[in-house]
Write a protein that binds this ligand. Structure first.
Ligand SMILES: Cc1ncc(COP(=O)(O)O)c(C=O)c1O
Length: 398
């Protein structure tokens, strides 16, 4: 029996690809520090669990396809902080930011259509584009420029009659780059001139460091009908397992059509929506403390990486990732070596090879994405292990 070309052409997630080797290492009794995955260890606010505890029902029913009233309202309230008044027909609750991206691509793309994005980009955009039989079209951003946007001409050179949207994740995964107001303006101007949507994946909006001011794409009021926001509670409230996100746009026609897909998948899990709605009362101190914690971790990581000869990376200012160039020829082989052949005092470390975050073959071969979701002590230990592993790898394998 045949499988679809769509699925056969799809890649496994590079973030999880080496997971079987990690499982094997753990079976051998080795402790693996996970620098490969963006799973925060910060506590989910108690408000989430309390709301679920207090939820009493005899029938666990479907909810509205666009999400429960109180959850929609809690997001509407949240966006006021970002100077935007959404109405209920301008946002739908989704199964995480992941479904928000998929619904967006399915709604705006015909087979063969293209979404333009800076690379490296969040690798799962590829899979979602594939689901819609669409294609990610990348333009290169470089470590030495802090992965900031290139000139207008570079971006415009990628536009064809199949282009439907420009897309960014801001702050960026895997780069940790926070785009400036001028960069967003540039994207807005290009979108307007070429009649495109501008998709902004802002799931890391709260994770911006060094006192930097964050500019949301929602600030582009003159082109707001082109802006599609992808959002999620996964990282903001350290609630990845809840699978609650949303897609929002002032373009009511877009949301109206997204609803067709929402209605066919019926709804998002009821209990998690109850918990998520309660998060609106999370005090500002939660974000301040979480931000300070991640900034501390970033600094520990950068200090540790700075001590490894040959490692190149610029200090990122957002999210909780860094793309680092390693002094090895093939970072994927090295990442595998970490799990299969290396250990120090019964411990090793796992990183995500960065080539999977590039759409252009051959790019990112000597780079890894490192996530700093581990607590400070574990992070220090993990970077020490990385240093020792690179030394051993270079001595014995290259
Ligand atoms: C940039 C970006 N967008 C979207 C997502 C999807 O997150 P979720 O589906 O958990 O909301 C992630 C998860 O890591 C991400 O990094």
């Amino acid at each position: 029996m045949k499988l679809s070309n769509r699925i056969l052409n799809m890649q496994f997630s590079p973030i999880r690809k080496l997971a079987p080797y990690a499982a094997e290492a753990k079976k051998r009794g080795i402790k693996v520090y996970h620098l490969n995955i963006g799973q925060p260890d910060v506590k989910t606010p108690d408000l989430f669990f309390k709301a679920i505890e207090n939820f009493k029902t005899t029938v666990l029913a479907y909810t509205e396809s666009q999400g429960m009233d109180e959850l929609q309202e809690s997001f509407i309230e949240y966006y006021k902080k970002w100077d935007t008044e959404f109405t209920k027909d301008e946002l739908v609750i989704t199964n995480g930011g992941s479904e928000a991206i998929m619904l967006t691509f399915m709604t705006i793309c015909d087979p063969g259509d293209e979404i333009i994005s800076p690379e490296p980009f969040y690798t799962n955009y590829n899979g979602f584009a594939q689901t819609a039989s669409a294609k990610m079209v990348p333009y290169l951003t470089k470590a030495e420029d802090g992965f900031h946007l290139p000139d207008r001409e570079v971006i415009e050179s990628k536009i064809t009659d199949r282009t439907r949207a420009l897309m960014i994740s801001n702050p960026g995964n895997p780069t940790g780059t926070v785009y400036t107001a001028e960069e967003l303006r540039l994207l807005g101007d290009i979108a307007k001139e070429h009649d495109l949507y501008l998709i902004a994946d802002e799931v890391y909006r709260e994770f911006v460091y060094d006192g930097l001011k964050y500019t949301s794409t929602l600030s582009l009021k003159d082109i707001i009908d082109r802006v599609i926001i992808v959002d999620s509670i996964s990282k903001r409230y350290s609630a990845c397992g809840a699978r609650i996100g949303l897609v929002a746009s002032k373009n009511k026609e877009f949301i109206h059509n997204v609803m067709k897909l929402c209605q066919s998948r019926l709804c998002v899990p009821t209990v998690e929506q109850i918990g998520a709605a309660a998060l609106k009362d999370t005090p500002e101190s939660y974000f301040i403390e979480t931000r300070a914690e991640y900034q501390k971790r970033r600094d520990i990581l950068m200090e540790g990486l700075g001590k490894i000869p040959g490692v190149i990376c610029k200090k990122p200012t957002g999210a909780f990732y860094v793309v680092a160039k390693l002094p090895v020829k093939n970072a994927e082989n090295f990442a595998k070596f970490l799990l299969t052949d290396f250990e120090k005092d019964g411990k090793t470390v796992m990183v995500a090879p960065a080539n999977g975050f590039y759409a252009t073959p051959g790019l990112g071969e000597d780079e890894v994405r490192i996530s700093y979701c581990l607590n400070c002590d574990d992070l220090k230990a993990a970077v020490e292990l990385l240093k020792a592993a690179i030394e051993e790898y270079k001595k014995t394998r290259e």
